[in-house]
Design a protein around this ligand. Structure first.
Ligand code: ZN
Length: 306
């Protein structure tokens, strides 16, 4: 298989070392390229093929957080092999979506798979997320005889490993789904937030999988207040961000909810309200998404009407 040619030319001339660029062939359209961003000596963010994956190398094995789209498990395993000779012992899925869990089926059956308990129930169904066109590929776990489903769950918190290998899992309530896990690596002060903080933009509120636009701001604020000792946050689909960015994202979602409540009180339809939405200027660096805003106004109206 042609994975692209990387040619590094190292030249030494008169005591002067010169590393001359690299040529990378453009990937074939079906090539699955996993990009590595090193965050710490033993923690990497692997990008491409769906949600961001965290790879945490411990003394005796590797913890993988999220496993990307269907067909991306093997490319992910191949890339992990380039980073460490240690075996993958644990997968943690931050939530149920296909772009975060589907690669599970390509990992050895011995690998432990851990999720929040609602995410396990969601993965058994793999309901189409709110606002996403249904695909007819079916439930990837059913198609694989149940392989890749969680073996262990937690409700509010769970600690895996100890000392420098410790991983802390937290659940603070509904948001993107009803099973969003915050995954903390205390020794390196980094957290994977999954898609409850996917990017600086309006969130996907997946009501079909228990997500809530009324709760998401509070859930994010609870995480920001109660989790200690983290400097860097791996987002679901964007760059690594700071704790202040997470706190700001909690405020962004609370502000959005307040605005939707006002629109509802003023008797606006979902369409009329959504058409009026403007990103508050104080949220610099945020991207608007009018289609998503309309969906989110609808989800919140439905919740408020109950
Ligand atoms: Zn998601």
């Amino acid at each position: 298989m042609n994975r692209g040619l990387v040619l590094g030319i190292f030249m030494a001339a008169g005591g002067l070392s010169l590393a001359v660029s690299a040529y990378q062939a453009p990937p074939a359209s079906d090539a699955k390229v996993v990009e590595v961003e090193k965050i710490k000596d033993n923690l990497f963010m692997l990008k491409g093929g769906g949600g961001n994956t965290a790879v945490f190398v411990g003394a005796s094995g590797v913890v993988v957080v999220d496993t990307k789209n269907p067909g991306w498990g093997q490319p992910l395993l191949d890339k992990i092999k380039e980073l460490t000779s240690k075996p993958v012992t644990t997968i943690i899925n931050t939530h149920t979506h296909g772009d975060h869990v589907s690669g599970n089926v390509d990992f050895p059956a011995t690998v432990d798979i851990v999720t929040q308990e609602n995410t396990k129930a969601n993965m058994e169904k793999m309901a189409t997320p709110t606002g996403i066109p249904p695909n007819d590929a079916g439930n990837i776990f059913k198609n694989n005889g149940g392989k890749g489903l969680p073996k262990r769950t937690f409700k509010d918190t769970l600690t895996l490993g100890q000392g420098p290998d410790r991983v802390d899992l937290f659940y603070f309530g509904r948001g993107h789904t009803n099973g969003d896990a915050f995954v903390v690596f205390p020794a390196v002060r980094v957290m994977h937030a999954g898609d409850i903080f996917a990017r600086k933009a309006p969130p996907l509120l997946d009501a079909n999988n228990g997500g809530s636009g009324v709760a998401i701001g509070d859930t994010l604020a609870k995480a920001a207040a109660e989790i200690k000792g983290v400097d860097s946050v791996i987002t679901g689909h964007s760059t690594v961000m700071t704790w202040a960015d997470l706190e700001e994202y909690a405020r962004f979602n609370k502000d959005f909810l307040s605005w939707v409540r006002e629109e509802m009180k003023a008797g606006k339809s979902v369409d009329a309200a959504a058409a009026e939405y403007k990103l508050p200027e104080k949220y610099a660096g945020y991207t608007n998404n009018p289609d998503r805003v309309k969906l989110n106004v609808g989800v919140i109206y439905d919740e408020l009407k109950r």
